[in-house]
Design a protein around this ligand. Structure first.
Ligand SMILES: [Ca+2]
Ligand SMILES: [Ca+2]
Length: 276
């Protein structure tokens, strides 16, 4: 290879890495379910996003352990509720991505709150505010089973030019933990307390989060194959295998008055039987 070829190759590698890192900040591009709605007949309106891949098959599970996790190893989705409600989330692995199909066991955690949004800089694990606000030795800012926060970089008046002055100061974005669900059982997702496994490691997972208040929510989706971190290694983001996952969100229809009465009657009947 002559020096020109070497230079072009080196420049391409640098650009490829820079591009991957830039797009790997916390963000929701292409992953916004919007405001979840009912149809006019009261049935659920399901919003499905089938275009996304997650980086690695272990990222979610790795964020359940004592040294936290790397936000790059999963994907952030968002939705909004205009009123209180129950939300059903479904994740199903698909054929997208560079990783071996049939490998990914999906999992997700739900939080209220959103990461920093444009025109602010996106949050990322290695921002000064991020590392200053988490224990030393952690792999990243993400906690799949608890509250966490992530910092961003200053947003300058002229992009990338610190001498132009700071338009938006860096800050922490807070994610308030609501719950989780994971495909399979501890044999794949590990031994952390508080994981809700569905008991069947088949690449399909559905869960309902009840009694959510109006507001904005972040859903972090990643892989629940904890032990795959020993085989899926990579010094840079773009060398991790990626895995496709189709994610759906819908409001759960409110039960009609008739079915509420039926439920009440059934519970009363059970109580009476237990008393007698
Ligand atoms: Ca970890
Ligand atoms: Ca399953």
């Amino acid at each position: 290879m002559n020096w020109i070829s070497k230079f072009i190759l080196a420049a391409w590698v640098v650009l490829a890495i820079a591009g991957t890192r830039a797009s790997a900040h916390v963000g929701y591009s292409g992953r916004d379910f919007g405001t979840l709605m009912y149809n006019s007949d009261g049935s659920a309106q399901t919003v499905t996003i089938a275009t996304q891949t997650v980086s690695s098959s272990f990222g979610w599970a790795d964020a359940t352990d004592a040294d936290w996790g790397d936000s790059h190893r999963g994907r952030f989705f968002r939705f909004t509720l205009s009123g209180s409600g129950d939300v059903q989330i479904t994740a199903q692995r698909n054929l997208l991505g560079t990783g071996t199909t049939g490998t990914l066991l999906p999992a997700f955690s739900l939080y209220s709150g959103l990461g920093q949004l444009a025109p602010e800089q996106g949050g990322h694990d290695s921002a000064q505010y991020s590392t200053d606000n988490r224990p030393a030795g952690t792999e990243g800012s993400l906690r799949a089973l608890g509250n966490w926060s992530i910092g961003n970089d200053p947003t300058y008046n002229i992009a990338g030019d610190p001498t132009s002055g700071i338009k938006y100061a860096p800050r922490l974005a807070y994610f308030t933990y609501i719950g989780n669900a994971a495909d399979g059982d501890p044999a794949n997702y590990g031994t952390a307390a508080g994981i809700f496994g569905d008991g069947s490691a088949d690449g399909y997972l559905t869960a309902t989060f009840s009694g959510l208040a109006a507001g904005d929510y972040s859903l972090w989706v990643g892989g629940a194959n904890y032990d795959r971190q020993s085989v899926e290694t990579g010094p840079t983001n773009y060398t991790y295998p990626t895995y496709g996952v189709t994610v759906s969100a819908s409001l759960v229809p409110e039960p009609s008055t008739g079915s509420l009465l039926f439920c009440g009657g059934a519970i009363l009947g059970l109580l009476r039987r237990r008393k007698s």
